[in-house]
Design a protein around this ligand. Structure first.
Ligand code: SAM
Length: 248
């Protein structure tokens, strides 16, 4: 039946794609890809012969209208991005939003996503987390965003470009202090995969002293603000418990 499939593709290692994703990409009428030349490599690797059309941030509105018209006419279309899960710091929001408003069936095919991959191996709490996407490129704006996050108890997760990583880490150190645990997850699923978790002050040192850490694709994670109850509150709670036990 006609539908829009949102299909996750690998974030580096070409084998990280589900059997279901390959089946869907092989059987749909058309694949909308962020960069058709980039995706050709993945599709060829898995023997997928479906034709492709581009959908990127500069043509999303107009392409979405065209694609939804084709689905309304009975075709099935899959959306993929250059890497990982579409819509996660990638195009596709307008397409999915319009599809839902038009009552078109949207079927997600789950798979790799750099946020989740990094979080799962970081050693930071994965109980609750806040994904912040990319930080602003300029330091002043970046610090303003970070300052709003200083009281956030959830694990903070950022995507960052290698060019700006040292500057961003230094801003994080200035805003959050050096004691929180921080994780640099680099080149996940690829040959030079590196995952380092250290107190923020030490991590900044390590990265500055090793230019290899300043290359490739990067996820940064910072421990949330500590939620340890302070001793006064803990003592009050203890006394309250004792008193409550005495209440008939
Ligand atoms: N849609 C993708 C996803 O599901 O993760 C993210 C797309 S976003 C445009 C690209 C950013 O994701 C990179 O700049 C980097 O911060 C992060 N990223 C993607 N692949 C990665 C990898 N293999 N290792 C570390 N970070 C990665």
């Amino acid at each position: 039946t006609a539908a829009l499939y949102i299909v996750a593709t690998p974030i580096g290692n070409l084998a990280d794609i589900s059997a279901r994703a390959i089946e869907v990409l092989s059987s749909v009428d058309l694949i909308a890809a962020e960069d058709t030349r980039h995706s050709k490599y993945l599709l060829q690797h898995h023997g997928i012969q479906t034709s492709t059309i581009s959908l990127h941030e500069h043509n999303e509105q107009q392409r979405s209208e065209l694609l939804l018209a084709r689905i309304a006419a009975g075709e099935s279309i899959a959306l993929i991005s250059d890497a990982g899960t579409p819509l996660i710091s990638d195009p596709g929001f307008r397409l999915v939003n319009m599809a839902r408003e038009q009552g078109i069936k949207v079927i997600p095919i789950p798979g790799a996503c750099a946020v989740i991959t990094a979080l799962s191996a970081s050693g930071l709490s994965a109980e609750r987390f806040a994904f912040e996407g990319f930080l602003p490129p300029k330091s002043t704006a970046r610090r303003q965003v970070l300052e709003k996050l200083t009281n956030e108890p959830r694990t903070l997760i950022f995507y960052e470009s290698p060019k700006r990583m040292v500057a961003s880490l230094q801003d994080m150190l200035a805003v959050f202090g050096g004691e929180r645990k921080a994780c640099l997850a680099r080149e996940l699923t690829k040959m030079f995969e590196t995952i380092v978790t250290l107190p923020l002050a030490e991590l900044v040192e390590v990265v500055i002293n090793d230019p290899n850490h300043q290359k490739g694709e990067i996820v940064l994670l910072i421990e949330g603000q500590s939620t340890v109850v302070d001793s006064d509150e803990a003592e009050q709670a203890r006394v309250l418990q004792i008193l409550l036990q005495e209440v008939p």
